[in-house]
Design a protein around this ligand. Structure first.
Ligand SMILES: Cc1ncc(COP(=O)(O)O)c(C=O)c1O
Length: 290
């Protein structure tokens, strides 16, 4: 049985239902967060909870209860979660008459569930994945982890249809912003590059950890966006997110790029160390390091 938290109580996920008038359902009015468990132990949870509060504040949504109460609920869901899983939680503005402007008094609805992670082919880490490029048609507040994921769903469905695992979003000026579910990095001219946070992207927790680890290892880092043209010269390309950590990119729009190189591997080592230290369990990307 998979336990979840919804509308103030714990229940089996199969029994969970939402009111039709919930603004999360009608307008996507809400935000979400995802963090990972290794051997049942949470990784980087504080950073994810911080970002959850930042996302809520970005849409003027007040989190009911205290942070301690929220963490208490997360603890309980973790205790029933599969060892290899992620915790998904979201807050919608709750039920209200269907008007675009939200009412002064809302009753926000918190939901928390654990999702078991399936096996990932080792070749994804050893050789890399295929991605497609896709126009970044998202809104202008991508720092908010909003429930409105339709552009991301459209992009990922196109990727699946073309046999690719992910997407690189390209904005109107021709810059790569990020992926549909991940941050994007490339090694260009010897520098590790990724778009800065001012670039309408999500402040990825894994992105933050990777940049921290790169600086600790003395790798040359530039938080500056790169164009599709510059990407042709990249010696390494990878994407980062909570479920996959660091995933090398081997093909962009059917064109092969060089697989995981020395910087990607160094950063995977850093990630593996961090996960091991914090949870006592191996990181997934360590399959590429053996
Ligand atoms: C658009 C987008 N960018 C980046 C990320 C990576 O964020 P994190 O490393 O915190 O999982 C995600 C994760 O869901 C995402 O949806």
């Amino acid at each position: 049985m998979s336990l979840m938290f919804l509308h103030g109580r714990f229940l089996p996920v199969e029994e969970a239902t939402v009111p039709f008038l919930d603004r999360g359902y009608l307008f996507g009015d809400g935000v979400y967060e995802v963090y990972r468990l290794y051997g049942g132990r949470p990784f980087a949870r504080e950073l994810h909870v911080d970002r959850f509060y930042a996302s809520c504040s970005g849409i003027s949504l007040e989190v009911p209860g205290t942070r301690q109460e929220l963490v208490g609920i997360l603890d309980r869901i973790e205790a029933h979660a599969p060892a290899r899983s992620y915790i998904y939680f979201h807050l919608t503005r709750g039920p209200a008459p269907r008007l675009h402007a939200w009412p002064d008094a809302c009753n926000p609805a918190l939901a928390v569930m654990a999702v078991e992670l399936g096996p990932v082919p080792e070749t994804w880490y050893r050789r890399g994945v295929a991605v497609i490029t896709y126009e970044d048609i998202r809104w202008a507040r991508c720092r908010v982890k909003s429930l409105n994921l339709l552009p991301n769903c459209m992009a990922m469905s196109e990727a699946r249809a073309r046999g690719a695992a992910e997407v690189l979003f390209v904005n109107r000026e021709g810059f790569v912003t990020e992926s549909a579910t991940a941050s994007a990095f490339a090694v260009i001219g010897g520098y590790l590059r990724t778009a800065p946070l001012t670039f309408n992207i999500l402040p990825g927790v894994t992105r933050h950890l990777v940049l921290e680890s790169a600086r600790e290892s003395g790798l040359p880092v530039r938080e500056s966006a790169f164009t599709l043209e510059e990407l042709q010269e990249a010696s390494e390309v990878f994407i980062t997110n909570t479920p996959f950590e660091i995933l090398p990119v081997a093909v962009i729009d059917d064109r092969p790029v060089r697989g995981p190189g020395p910087m990607t591997r160094e950063l995977m080592r850093g990630m593996a160390r961090r996960v091991e230290e914090e949870t006592g369990h191996p990181a997934q990307c360590s399959v590429a390091l053996g």
